[in-house]
Design a protein around this ligand. Structure first.
Ligand SMILES: Cc1cc2nc3c(=O)[nH]c(=O)nc-3n(C[C@H](O)[C@H](O)[C@H](O)COP(=O)(O)O)c2cc1C
Length: 199
């Protein structure tokens, strides 16, 4: 059966460095034989989680906005590539709102014990995290990694791999660093191959 990989862009810049890495990783996954799709979070009209708790008893969110069609896509995809810049030592606010809205999956998995993704499928679903930061300090990705690891767990996805590139204030344009862009391609292709090789 066809394997589907979704890329989530956390940067508001559709032609920026983060977007370049995401598009390149998706090309790699496509080359491996997967069908790919990109979700640009900054184009979506979404609110954060309003804590209405409807999802405590129902497998859907009561807030009717652009998140609604996304839930099924994330439930049914085989691979996920999240690409984001670091903002204020974490992930950008819009991407955080997006992730927080997956409380729907959290409640199903951990409160009702009726996960939207089976334990067997969770092991097969592969997630890749790509992040870039302006600064060159050791802990610059720590906050984002905590959020993304929690998110992958909530949606039932193995945290398979990561590509973290710091010092963008110096590097400026990743088009001048073809090795790093190639790394994104290789990681996307590896993720795609892994998915294609699983039944
Ligand atoms: C609002 C804002 C906050 C930022 N905060 C941080 C930060 O806390 N640490 C850091 O290393 N870089 C920070 N940056 C720098 C970005 O991570 C960096 O410029 C990145 O290359 C942007 O990627 P993009 O152009 O693909 O969106 C920030 C940038 C913006 C716009």
């Amino acid at each position: 059966m066809e394997k589907r990989v979704i890329g989530i862009l956390g940067s508001p810049l559709e032609e920026g460095n983060t977007a370049l890495l995401l598009d390149t990783a998706l090309q790699g996954a496509e080359k491996a034989g997967c069908a790919v799709e990109k979700i640009i979070v900054s184009q979506m009209q979404i609110s954060g989680c309003m804590e209405m708790m409807h999802c405590k008893d129902h497998p859907i969110c009561e807030v009717e906005d652009d998140m609604i069609p996304v839930y099924g896509k994330i439930r049914d995809c085989d691979g996920l590539i999240i690409a984001t810049p670091i903002m204020t030592m974490g992930i950008p606010g819009e991407l955080k709102c997006f992730m927080d809205r997956f409380q729907v999956f959290f409640m199903a998995k951990y409160v009702r014990r009726q996960p939207l993704v089976s334990a067997e499928r969770e092991k097969q679903r592969q997630g890749l995290f790509i992040a870039i930061s302006g600064m060159n300090r050791k802990d610059v990705f720590s906050g984002a990694l905590l959020s993304v690891a929690a998110f992958f767990d909530i949606i039932g996805m193995r945290f398979a791999d990561q590509l973290l590139i710091n010092d963008m204030d110096q590097k400026q344009n990743l088009r001048n660093y073809p090795d790093l862009v190639d790394e994104a391609y290789t990681k996307g292709e590896t993720l795609g191959r892994l998915l294609i090789s699983t039944p």
